[in-house]
Design a protein around this ligand. Structure first.
Ligand code: ADP
Ligand code: MG
Length: 401
């Protein structure tokens, strides 16, 4: 679990050396190819700055989108280089539209200390997602040591996230990676209590392993989102037109039996005949759901119950929106839960938000700064919480004891 980080490297050992840094610059772009959300770029800045401070030469690589192993203008990292340049006004940021080429190697060698180089999309290489050993060796020519700061890609054993680390020493965690592992690791190994998990989102099926892994560790597990509907069905309630995973009802029933002292389910819901009729939204007790109702959010009484459960929490982990937060008024439950967690954080709780949609909901509510940690890795944070070892972490040097 404890990995060596860029802060553990003696400055004189890395001064002037080329740091090959795998970052997660998989950011959204609009039709004009402008970065619309630079959160992930900003999240990598502390590592970049730290390496520059100690005189390393910084070579960055990342994937962007799913170009499926061949070059394509649409997935070029050129617009990301532009944004990075704006975020580092006092540094020279170069972009080389190549990755595995003599041109790219020469560019890394010609790089002056204090400058930053961004290479082209790692997924333009067919060997990237196959963790191809030849590609890993070729990538290793682009640096003298390796830093992985791409937490969001750490659940993938790819050439740039895993294979390359076998050829470069030291191989250490970046500061974002370190922060992610520290916060998520604390949840699994040493949570301050009460430890409250808040789970929601579209499906139980994607989160069963997280439920299984966390249920023995938490003091309370609050369930919202469409996931709750499957539990309603398991309780023998009518669920109308709500999204229910029929093939998970039995599992939900079994979890209810096993975790009855910990699981907290909604007592009411915000329903409508469809998402196209938000004006007809109304609150209903869960035992009074009608055949043409669809549950799109937790209800006002549930908001109070959940807020009451969250308030005394000392560790609060949140994954998955409480409702269809993209469509008001079905964002009310998600926003209220975000506020309750923010409030508890202000009173000393450690709060961790995982999941892409949950992170987006927190940002939309303007509460990002009020959380202890908002994970930059949706899939990676889920796999970590399931208790799996992330390949991009496993390959890094262990911290000295
Ligand atoms: P995260 O990305 O945070 O892990 P998920 O991807 O699991 O979250 O789920 C997010 C999606 O769940 C959102 O698009 C939201 O609209 C949907 N959702 C939440 N509650 C419901 C519901 N009651 N009915 C249908 N969809 C829902
Ligand atoms: Mg999602």
């Amino acid at each position: 679990m404890h990995k060596r980080t860029v802060n553990d490297l003696p400055a004189d050992a890395i001064r002037g050396k080329r740091a090959l840094v795998r970052v997660d610059f998989n950011v959204p772009l609009d039709e004009r190819r402008t970065v619309t959300d630079d959160t992930r770029i900003r999240a990598a800045l502390p590592t970049i700055e730290r390496l520059l401070e100690v005189g390393a030469r910084v070579v960055l690589c990342s994937h962007l989108g799913r170009p499926k192993g061949k070059p394509s203008e649409k997935y070029s990292l050129a617009p990301v280089a532009k944004r990075l340049g704006e975020l580092l006004p006092n540094r020279k940021v170069r972009f080389v539209p190549a990755l595995i080429s003599d041109e790219a190697v020469r560019a890394t060698e010609a790089l002056a200390p204090g400058d930053v180089l961004l290479l082209e999309n790692t997924r333009f290489e067919p060997g990237e997602e196959k963790n191809d050993p030849a590609l890993s060796r070729a990538l290793a020519k682009l640096g003298d040591f390796y830093v992985n700061d791409a937490f969001g890609a750490a659940h993938r054993a790819h050439a740039s996230t895993a294979g390359v680390a076998g050829h470069l020493h030291p191989a250490v965690a970046g500061l974002l990676m370190e922060r992610e592992l520290r916060y998520l690791g604390q949840v699994l190994t040493d949570p301050r209590r009460p430890f409250i998990a808040v789970l929601g989102g579209a499906k139980i099926s994607g989160k069963i392993d997280v439920i299984e892994s966390l249920l023995p560790k938490v003091d309370r597990m609050l369930i919202g989102g469409a996931m709750a509907n499957t539990f309603f069905r398991a309780q023998g309630l009518q669920t109308g037109r709500s999204l229910v995973e029929e093939d998970r009802v039995e599992l939900a029933r079994e979890l209810l039996g096993r975790g009855s002292d910990k699981l907290v389910l909604p007592v009411d819901a915000l329903v409508a005949p469809s998402l196209e009729a938000p004006a007809r939204a109304r609150g209903v007790e869960v035992h009074a759901l009608a055949a043409d109702d669809a549950v799109f959010d937790i209800g006002p009484r549930t908001i109070e119950v959940f807020a009451g459960e969250i308030a005394p929490g000392k560790t609060i982990l949140w994954n998955g929106p409480m409702g269809v937060f993209e469509t008001p008024p079905f964002d009310a439950g998600t926003v209220a839960v975000a506020r309750a967690i923010a409030l508890a954080t202000g009173l000393g709780a450690t709060s961790i938000v995982g999941g892409g949609d949950s992170a987006a909901a927190v940002a939309k509510a303007g509460l990002e700064e009020k959380m202890s940690h908002v994970s930059t890795g949706g899939g990676a944070s889920l796999e970590f919480l399931e208790g799996k070892e992330l390949p991009g972490v496993a390959v890094l040097d262990d911290a000295a004891r």
